[in-house]
Write a new protein. Structure first.
Length: 335
């Protein structure tokens, strides 16, 4: 797609440092890849401008990977499953990137970033790249720059990109808006069938996996039956795909082949109907609006009159001398 001349004119040429990053990423070199993602995650204004230029240069090389979102409650075995899946895919001749999001402390802001430790075998494989990033208290179980990092990994020639969320609840579903397929991991004995039909994360899953099925096979089969029954009560996300429920043991690597075959069946079904490409286009547009909303909030907070009046109005709202709506309208009036 040719970019309009008015937009192309706004994009300055890359300097030597940024050109080196772009060339290194395209050449599938891990060090430039890691440095580029670090640049993208930086909060410095000059780094943000550089990151935009680098991303624009990499954009023609993106779009070739299968994007797999993995979510589930803490303790469901996401890291063990991803390592087993990654090693299996590498055995099939594929290159795998894992973007793992660690929860950040709401008190200190710090993150452990221990995913490479939990995926020791995968992290040592030359065909794999694991990048842990802090959620920085972003909503939806993913980090603020996960989408951009995903594009960089695609430009680096990875065939499969796995996005691992933090341990999420029913409403934290942002990963579904950036992945081709959204896979939800469940535990046996995780709840009754009423719990299973709660709307939110369940109704947007494209594939549901009951992990640790080897611990209690009978409980896993009961959970599978309950979830399949519950799914019939929800409106399917796609008319061309019935959400499967699989049982699996990531620790024993039992069921990983069936899982990946199901992922490929999903891609084939949605590609044949045209939904696969349409889904990516919709996600890109939604991403644009998210960035617009984020940019407007940032500009609002940095507006001189807003910064001047905000402390007094915030205090007035806390003391009850004005209402939140009146204060908000006054501050928004400056825009």
């Amino acid at each position: 797609m040719n970019m309009p001349e008015t937009l192309s004119a706004l994009q300055p040429e890359l300097d030597a440092a940024d050109r080196s990053l772009v060339d290194g990423v395209i050449a599938r070199q891990l060090r430039p890849l890691a440095k580029t993602i670090t640049l993208i995650e930086s909060q410095r204004e000059d780094h943000k401008l550089r990151a935009q230029r680098v991303l624009e240069a990499l954009l023609p090389h993106t779009g070739g990977a299968m994007r797999v979102g993995i979510s589930g409650v803490p303790g469901v075995g996401k890291s063990t499953f991803i390592e087993a899946l990654g090693l299996y895919l590498i055995e099939q001749g594929l290159r795998v990137a894992v973007l793992a999001v660690d929860p950040s402390s709401s008190v200190t802001g710090g993150s452990i970033l221990g995913d490479k430790t939990r995926m020791e075998l995968l992290s040592q494989n030359s065909a794999a790249f694991i990048r842990p990033s802090p959620s920085a208290c972003s909503l939806g179980g993913v980090a603020e720059k996960t989408r951009e990092s995903m594009l960089v990994c695609e430009a680096a020639g990875f065939d499969v990109i796995i996005i691992e969320t933090v341990g999420v609840g029913q409403s934290e579903t942002a990963v579904a808006g950036m992945a081709d397929i959204f896979c939800l991991l469940q535990l046996p004995n995780a709840g009754d069938d009423l719990q299973a039909i709660k709307k939110g994360i369940m109704e947007i899953a494209d594939l549901i996996v009951i992990n640790k099925a080897d611990i209690d096979p009978s409980a896993a089969m009961r959970a599978k039956s309950q979830i399949k029954t519950a799914l019939h009560m929800l409106r399917p996300a796609s008319p061309n795909w019935t959400v499967p429920v699989l049982t699996l043991s990531a620790l024993k690597k039992d069921g990983v082949t069936e899982f990946w075959n199901t992922v490929m069946d999903y891609r084939k079904a949605l590609t044949a109907s045209g939904e696969f490409d349409a889904k990516r286009r919709h996600q890109a547009l939604a991403w644009m609006w998210e960035l617009i909303d984020s940019g407007l909030r940032s500009r609002f907070r940095s507006h001189p009159q807003v910064k001047n009046e905000l402390p007094a109005l915030a205090q007035a709202v806390e003391e009850g001398s004005t209402t939140p709506s009146i204060a908000a309208l006054r501050l928004l009036g400056h825009l």
